[in-house]
Design a binder for this molecule. Sequence first.
Ligand SMILES: Cc1cc2nc3c(=O)[nH]c(=O)nc-3n(C[C@H](O)[C@H](O)[C@H](O)COP(=O)(O)O)c2cc1C
Length: 196
Amino acid sequence: MSNKIRIILGVVLVVCAICAAGVYYLFTNQNKEVVNMGDKKVLVAYYSYSGNTEAAAKKIQAITGGDLFEIQPKTAYPKDYNAVVSQAQEEKQKGFKPELVDNGDVKDYDIIFLGTPVWWYTMASPVRTFLTKNDFSGKVIAPFCTHGGGGESATYTDMQKLAPDAKVLTGYTSYENSASDKEIRSWINDLNLQGE
Ligand SMILES: Cc1cc2nc3c(=O)[nH]c(=O)nc-3n(C[C@H](O)[C@H](O)[C@H](O)COP(=O)(O)O)c2cc1C
């Protein structure tokens, strides 16, 4: 093999290696970047009974770089599915607001990502408590929920009713555990939060 061919092959190899490294970098880093939230302080608050909403909340937290807060009722809901379903139905009818381990504090935040599973076509009861125990006047709520096939139903409009002085934005709705980084990024970008 002549020297000229060796040099050409060497150059081709180096170019290929640089391209491969670039493609690898793109694939491994495109989901790690934190979305630019300007100077906004972000809280990601959620209640989750069986883990789906928690998984979505953690993805949103990683993407926004906000603080994470789990809304927890003082008395845990029964593990038995039928029992929690009938208890939740009764609580919805009464507008019941269970006591929380910690009511949280939204005072220091501009934007609150607020997540809930859909329970009987609306938010879960502990989220009702969180909304009424905090002062949301002048705050922006970016709501999200996970559901079992019925969609968000009245979840977001009911949130606005419980926090009339907040600005409740378009929500991110996902089925069971299907929330994806890609969808969350696109939802957040469309919300244009730097301008809020
Ligand atoms: C008490 C109860 C009520 C529910 N009501 C609804 C509903 O009205 N519509 C719906 O699509 N899914 C409903 N589901 C399904 C949950 O919304 C769905 O499984 C959700 O992803 C659970 O989130 P989690 O794992 O964060 O608790 C209900 C589940 C429970 C336990």
